[in-house]
Ligand binder design. Structure first.
Ligand code: 3PG
Length: 216
């Protein structure tokens, strides 16, 4: 059976070890993408997940990749193979899915951009585990059992590493990172909708810097 390549695992490990926090970004206005991501970068965040939840996601990935070549820019909320391919074409350096399908897990074994597959149960994790995946998104973290669930998963899967997202807020990130199998914590709290709507980029930088200080 084919397995995740060493190159892919190395890339995902590099992405996760580059930042304790990963903003989950949804772009409502195309012009916001670059200044928003620049503001996060200025606040110390060098890994970003830009979701395909709006029609602007792919263009945002392309523009942010060009504007911030020093950052890791991934595509999030990828749920099918055509989105996976489109995200790669847009320049996404990694792909994040909210859950797993066998088709996505298989496709990602030979894709250009590596996959961070989303799981919320031991069974879903095992689908990826058998193919050599060891890094996972844990989603939706808070309703799927939060820190207690992550600690429980450490027993049967001691070498699995997680990026939990979903319902996590700034004051919870530190405890998640102390779970023992969490490398990076993700969420949308780093880009509050009203702050983005006001184009208050200085505030975004302040939130990023403060959130990182909380967990460092
Ligand atoms: C995700 O896709 O990771 C989540 O939507 C982020 O969850 P949050 O908005 O509750 O932080």
């Amino acid at each position: 059976m084919s397995q995740v390549s060493g190159f892919h695992r190395e890339r995902i490990r590099s992405v996760l070890s580059s930042s304790l926090l990963m903003p989950v970004i949804t772009i409502d206005h195309p012009a916001d993408a670059v200044p928003l991501c620049q503001a996060l970068f200025d606040g110390g965040i060098s890994v970003m997940e830009i979701t395909l939840r709006t029609e602007h996601g792919l263009k945002a990935i392309k523009n942010v990749r060009e504007a911030l070549p020093q950052a890791w820019v991934g595509a999030g909320t990828v749920t099918c193979l055509s989105q996976y391919r489109q995200a790669e074409d847009a320049g996404a350096q990694f792909i994040v899915t909210p859950g797993v399908t066998e088709a996505l897990l298989d496709f990602a074994l030979t894709s250009e951009a590596p996959l961070l597959p989303g799981v919320s149960t031991a069974s879903e994790l095992m689908l990826g585990y058998g193919l050599g995946y060891r890094e996972f998104k844990f989603f939706p973290a808070e309703v799927a059992g939060g820190i207690a669930a992550l600690k429980a998963l450490r027993g049967p899967f001691p070498d699995a590493v997680f990026c939990p997202t979903g319902g996590i807020r700034r004051d919870m990130a530190r405890d998640y990172l102390a779970s023992g199998n969490v490398q990076t914590v993700g969420g949308s709290w780093l880009t509050p909708a009203e702050v983005v709507a006001n184009k208050d980029w200085a505030k975004i930088t302040e939130i990023a810097r403060g959130s990182l200080a909380d967990v460092s």
